[in-house]
Design a protein around this ligand. Sequence first.
Ligand code: ADP
Ligand code: MG
Length: 307
Amino acid sequence: MDTTIKDLGEFGLIEKIKTLFGKPQDALGIGDDCAVLPFDKTNLLVTVDTLIENVHFFSNHPLDKLAIKAININISDIVACGGYPKWAFLSLSLNPQTKTSQIDLFLESLQKCFANSNLELLGGNTTKDDKLSINITLIGETDKPILRSSAKENQDVYVTGKIGCAACGFFAIKNNLKESDECLNRFLAPKARLDLIEKIKPYATAMIDISDGLLQDAMHICTSSNIGMDIILENINLCESKYLSDIDKITFGEDYELLFCADKKYRNSLLEIKDVKLIGYTNNSKKLTIYNKGKILTPQKYGFRHF
Ligand code: ADP
Ligand code: MG
């Protein structure tokens, strides 16, 4: 019997594509938060992400907040590679019955985000569909790309910000429950950690943004860098909301915080940065191990997968 995409899985499909198309000659392609294109004396970073109605957001997602989300999930990938966003392409699929006032709300909010981050819109594409979908390609720049693949064993592992708020916000909206504005906004209109990049960049050996769950994204660094990691659950600054378990909070994703590794000699400097927490250590085990008060946890899943 013919197998399906569900059998292959999201990462199985990406691996298949990577093998079929081969390695690019003068760029870093599939496998990191962005593609890296050495250009002149700098590096261009390119990333693309799609948000689809009823897959990534509910139909009643306020459109001004959706615009913030759409651009920030892309900015987050640029930041994860140690760069700054510069240029964007915007592709929209729209239902013809969509009210123009709603699209104005979306576009005005998006334009404000562009102005605040010195971003320029260079083009895009517009098509008809039953459901709203937003696809943004973002181009950024960095003098020093920070990759998922350059962590070494015996380094510290850090994470920024609070983890699990978006998960709790999503859960509350889905189940019509009351929730703090912090959690609701972290799901509806997340902000990429552009504010931290300059402080972290001098020290980070490898970095990823947390879009699919802290554990799964930590695992990506392990696999890409061919290392292992011990993560200490009680060291993570977890969202206080009572709706979800600690494991749910570290496997749901959509935090858009940064997880990175750094040499131990920089520990004092990094711990002085507000919002940066030491949550673990790298090793040569090639496995990700999660400790909860000294006991090993074995979660059923590590993070979000489309298939
Ligand atoms: P992120 O969560 O950081 O956006 P993804 O997990 O979506 O990253 O993607 C991981 C890597 O796989 C990235 O380098 C991305 O460019 C690549 N990728 C994902 N889907 C495809 C695809 N359909 N074709 C080619 N590359 C892909
Ligand atoms: Mg990413």
